[in-house]
Design a protein around this ligand. Structure first.
Ligand code: CO
Length: 134
């Protein structure tokens, strides 16, 4: 059911420094910062030949990334995003398999303007998983 790895998201304490690392030492193609207030994050997208890296920094007081960084001040891998063809169908299958979808369980518009859901990390090997309808 899951398809390509769409992106790996890394929470970072300093977005400019993280972007400089990827642009400089790693020599990657790096976007300008983009604020996504509805998700409580500022993001920088790193384009790799086979996938993307999203650098996430907290935006606002309610940001889910702030708590994450409290526990890991140096930053760390926050989630993986897999592509699916049909997100409603994917959610149905996952619910039937006993997996929990976070929030109200309904797809929301993600960082790329496409429908996304997040799965409870405790149901997926301790890893926060995002599904995006590609
Ligand atoms: Co993501």
């Amino acid at each position: 059911m899951i398809g390509r790895l769409n992106h790996v998201a890394i929470a970072v304490p300093d977005l400019a420094a993280a972007a400089a690392l990827y642009r400089g030492a790693f020599g990657a193609k790096v976007s300008a910062p983009v604020d996504l207030p509805e998700h409580g994050v500022s993001t920088v997208f790193v384009e790799l030949p086979n996938t993307k890296i999203e650098l996430l920094h907290p935006l606002g007081d309610e940001s889910p990334i702030a708590k994450f960084l409290e526990r890991r001040p140096a930053g760390g891998i926050h989630h993986l995003c897999y592509e699916v063809d049909d997100i409603e169908q994917a959610c149905e299958k996952l619910r039937a398999a006993g997996m929990r979808i976070l929030g109200d369980g309904r797809p929301k518009t993600g960082a790329h303007g496409k429908p996304v859901v997040f799965l409870h990390p405790a149901d997926a090997l301790g890893t926060l998983i995002e599904l995006e309808q590609a």
